[in-house]
Design a protein around this ligand. Structure first.
Ligand SMILES: Cc1cc2nc3c(=O)[nH]c(=O)nc-3n(C[C@H](O)[C@H](O)[C@H](O)COP(=O)(O)OP(=O)(O)OC[C@H]3O[C@@H](n4cnc5c(N)ncnc54)[C@H](O)[C@@H]3O)c2cc1C
Length: 417
């Protein structure tokens, strides 16, 4: 075993899981986990959901208590930024000048929010949400704002909108697309969410181009759209997606496209450097082995396990069913597979409620299943997708359309990755 440690950059879910999985795999060498955030590693999903409403304690967001790191001999360096990789000598330089040798380097550097660049975007009450600090700032302001404007009708924008409604705030959601979550879900699922959020009081403005954030002194007072409409607001939250943190890899001459490029073992072209989680552009079997970058808890967790197995000499390719969830008020969206490149959808509505299941096919082959408030169907869909991954038929559009056809019967048991 090398005398040098495995060094992991990023204390988000992927970095934390990689350190933890290495110990689960029996790795007995040193592990250094470095992150530029000062908090103990914490879960991000609650930040746009329960945490925004009072009552969720910060300690409950932690992945593990402080003692875990000592018990597992994971050397956690918080509040430190990795600034340069010397690949020839396998050394990593930190922002305080420290230099660390590594046997293997795992880049789990995640993604950062895309910034709005229109005039007024830097006014004091224009916020966005990625970190615990961001969530805290939004939560504090939600206590006394009357009108929230959310720019971006993606998952995070809509989760924030739903949480704000519970705080009795008036909410307007603006998006350049013509429907919510347009890049991520089928039109049928968008329609369910548009209807339900509107019923609950969200005002949507679609096909809307933001021209500037209007303000007085250093405070935003609303959003001006290109068609001349002014949308008044005393808090503006921008949720227009993220971009992968590629700078460290780029300056080390590693290949980057929409993320740090890795193979199916999460290895870059340098055999001593891997990349995982939101920052990793990897070949995905659900996208016909095209390079994709996923932003989900499942992806960060499973890629971390994959890289840990590789480091201990048990390399297994990353071939797992992608899945995702988003909680928006009373609606739970769950996705199994990838809603990508489909050419046919079959919708099964719940006759008793607002739930539905949407099956997405490409050339007759199932590529993804969206469910709204139907968790049992989601679990069955994950098992069906696993059987597709193993070379099985999955289900046909005709079976999907047949309300008597029981999805659970088509589902093979899932073996954990
Ligand atoms: C508000 C919110 C809600 C979400 N809700 C859901 C959900 O409901 N369901 C779901 O599946 N997914 C959800 N996600 C997505 C999920 O949380 C992410 O996919 C996951 O956290 C990615 O983990 P990661 O470790 O790859 O990246 P990150 O969580 O971004 O962690 C990367 C870390 O690396 C640090 N870093 C970057 N560069 C350096 C450097 N040079 N030196 C040191 N540190 C560095 C960053 O500051 C960060 O702490 C949500 C995300 C957010 C932000």
């Amino acid at each position: 075993m090398s005398k040098h440690p495995v060094v992991i950059v990023g204390t988000g879910l992927a970095g934390f899981q990689a350190a933890s999985a290495l110990r689960d795999e029996g790795y007995a060498g040193r592990i250094v986990l470095i992150g530029d955030e000062v908090h103990l590693p914490y879960h991000r999903p609650p930040l746009s959901k329960g945490y925004l409403l009072d009552g969720v304690d910060e300690a409950r967001l932690r992945m593990r208590p402080e003692t875990f790191y000592a018990d597992k001999q994971i050397h956690l360096l918080g509040g430190r930024r990795a600034v340069a990789i010397d690949r020839a000598n396998r050394r990593l330089r930190l922002d305080d000048g420290a230099v660390l040798d590594y046997a293997h380097l795992v880049l789990a550097v995640g993604a950062s929010n895309r910034r709005l660049t229109v005039p007024g975007s830097t006014l004091g009450n224009v916020l966005s949400l990625r970190t615990l600090g961001d969530a805290h700032a939004i939560r504090e302001r939600l206590r006394d704002v009357r009108r929230l404007v959310v720019i971006g009708a993606g998952f995070i924008g809509l989760e924030i909108a739903a949480a704000a409604l519970k705080s009795k705030v008036e909410v307007t959601v603006i998006d350049v697309a013509d429907r919510p979550m347009a890049r991520a879900v089928s039109p049928a699922t968008s329609a369910v969410f548009a209807l339900e959020h509107s019923r609950n009081g969200v005002r949507f403005m679609f096909n809307a181009q933001v021209q500037q954030i209007a303000g007085e002194q250093d405070r935003a007072t609303g959003v001006d759209l290109a068609d001349g409409t002014h949308v008044a607001g005393d808090l503006i939250v921008v949720g227009i997606g993220v971009q992968p943190n590629i700078e460290l890899a780029m300056t080390a001459d590693l290949a980057v496209r929409n993320g740090i490029v890795v193979d199916c073992f999460m290895r870059t072209a340098d055999p001593h450097i891997s990349a995982i989680g939101d920052c990793a552009a990897h070949p995905n079997s659900f996208a016909q082995d095209q390079e994709v970058r996923l932003e989900s808890v499942q992806n960060a967790t499973d890629q971390a396990r994959c890289v840990a197995a590789g480091i201990v000499g048990r390399a297994i390719p990353y071939r797992t069913v992608p899945w995702f969830w988003s909680d928006q008020g009373g609606l739970k969206l769950q996705i199994a597979g990838l809603i990508h490149g489909y050419d046919q959808t079959v919708v099964r509505n719940d006759p008793q409620g607002i739930g539905c299941t949407v099956f997405c096919f490409r050339q007759g082959r199932l590529v993804g299943v969206e469910t709204v408030n139907q968790p049992a169907n989601h679990m069955a869909a994950r098992r069906v997708m696993a059987s597709v991954l193993a070379g099985g038929q999955g289900i046909t559009p005709q079976q999907a359309a047949d309300s008597q056809f029981d999805l659970r019967e088509a589902a093979a048991p899932v073996h954990p990755a």
